[in-house]
Design a protein around this ligand. Structure first.
Ligand code: AMP
Ligand code: GLY
Length: 427
């Protein structure tokens, strides 16, 4: 009997997961809750929200789901894995306690210290006056001020002046701009270098690295403008040389999983290290407890191994028996966003040109925020599509991705024109 899989979430990452899982000869059915219009090409979308943990568990129990895979951090931080496991349901991801590695920056820092992994020097504050006194007397500008908890990627302020740093303290601790996520904050040394995303799957003991990637967080070309959830990504990331890859495994990933085990908080799931690479030192900016989005899109395009094999091996504590195979080609994902994103934006705009792109070999359009209206795709989110292309070289993948993008349009659509450009300097 084939397996029934439930994917939780509704973005481009979840579309890529459903697309990949639907290719597994061992999979009978893929469900996605809540999914989106594009995801329904590869999975049956279920009208249950990603944070309705009890609703999801009931669905899994009633429909004989063999494996649940969670896309976003919120349900993990709220304890979806604990709830499923209590009910005897199989699920891939960290427990509520283990998800603290992303959900609390203070916890994250403590684990990094235990692991001895390279990271920025920091101090924790709950009192705004003390935080400001410390910043005035000790901080070198630029300095980074971070809300402790989950803030939808907005809780990090890289302050370029003393005034901005002091304002960030007020924003987090006094104005409570991020609610309870801002009960504590971290003042952190500002690191320089080039960022990379390093993801691994772990069963709590074995750490199986995935292909490397690089995200593009700021909204405009040349990394200008406010941060977004990610405007594009590519894999592999040449900034992570073979030597550096080994260093990341030895100095960051393996010691972190071990530190979690030593704390009696075993970590199972995807561990995602956000790195700042400076002169060969892989400093950790943060950990995420899930696949990156958009990074998952190019990475899953390159994964040749059955994803279910990897995930089952992790859940069954036998990851050491698996070696994933990767497509030698590079993959580039260009995110197409609604006008106004990452600020407020309109939805319901009709998307043109998708049929043209469907005909292109080695190109996938993963939907991040779409709906169907009168049989046509319309925009339904800030990030709308992730146009992802394979190419023999990174240059070719970039060209293919933008060739596909040139077919697609809607009123107000915008995207970065320089996705993958940073990789070219290594070639
Ligand atoms: P996060 O939302 O935690 O991924 O952080 C958002 C972004 O803030 C990161 O991708 C970095 O670009 C930046 N950032 C976070 N911490 C630091 C740091 N210590 N030094 C420099 N930049 C940082
Ligand atoms: N693309 C960054 C993230 O998934 O957090």
């Amino acid at each position: 009997m084939g397996k029934k899989i439930l994917v939780v979430g509704s973005g481009g990452r979840e579309h890529a997961l459903c697309w990949k899982l639907s290719q597994s000869p061992r999979v009978e059915a893929v469900f996605c809750a809540p999914g989106n219009a594009g995801i329904s090409q590869h999975a049956q979308c279920i009208d249950i929200k990603a944070n309705d943990l009890e609703g999801l568990a009931s669905f899994a129990a009633e429909n004989g789901i063999d494996m649940t895979i969670v896309g976003p951090e919120d349900p993990l931080a709220q304890g979806i894995v604990d709830i499923f496991k209590e009910k005897g349901l199989t699920i891939f991801g960290p427990t509520k306690k283990a998800a603290q590695i992303e959900a609390s920056k203070v916890f994250n820092k403590k684990i990094l210290e235990k692991a001895g992994a390279p990271t920025a020097a920091y101090k924790v504050f709950t009192d705004p006056d003390q935080a400001k006194k410390y910043i005035r007397e000790n901080a070198e500008i630029p300095v980074v001020v971070k809300a402790d908890g989950l803030a939808a990627g907005k809780g990090v302020i890289v302050a370029k002046s003393m005034e901005e740093a002091l304002d960030a303290v007020d924003l987090i601790l006094v104005k409570k701009a991020f609610g309870d996520a801002g009960k504590k904050l971290i003042v952190e040394e500002c690191l320089k270098g080039e960022e990379a995303s390093f993801m691994a799957i772990t069963d709590g003991t074995t750490v199986l690295p995935l292909a490397t990637s690089q995200d593009h967080k700021p909204v405009y070309d040349n990394d200008e403008g406010p941060n977004t959830g990610g405007m594009g990504a590519y894999s592999p990331a040449p900034v992570v040389t073979t030597e550096l890859f080994d260093k990341v495994m030895d100095q960051v990933m393996i010691p972190t999983v071990k530190a979690m085990a030593d704390e009696s908080i075993p970590y199972q799931g995807v561990l995602y290290g956000g790195l700042m690479i400076d002169n060969g030192v892989p400093n950790v900016l943060e950990f995420n407890c899930r696949f990156g989005d958009p990074e998952a899109q190019p990475i899953l395009m390159r994964l040749k191994t059955d994803l279910l094999d990897l995930i089952e091996a992790a859940v069954e504590n036998r990851l050491e028996t698996i070696t994933p195979e990767w497509d030698e080609r590079a993959a580039v994902c260009v995110v197409l966003a609604s006008g106004g994103y990452p600020g407020s934006y309109e939805t319901g705009k009709e998307i043109a040109g998708l049929e043209e792109v469907e005909k292109m070999e080695g190109v996938m359009v993963f939907h991040a925020g779409t709906a169907k209206k009168e049989g046509k795709y319309v925009t339904a989110g800030g990030r709308v599509l992730g146009v992802t292309a394979l190419g023999a070289t990174i240059k070719e993948a970039i060209d293919r991705a933008y060739e596909a993008v040139s077919n697609i349009s809607w009123e107000g659509m915008h995207y970065r024109k320089d996705i993958g450009k940073k990789a070219l300097k290594y070639l």
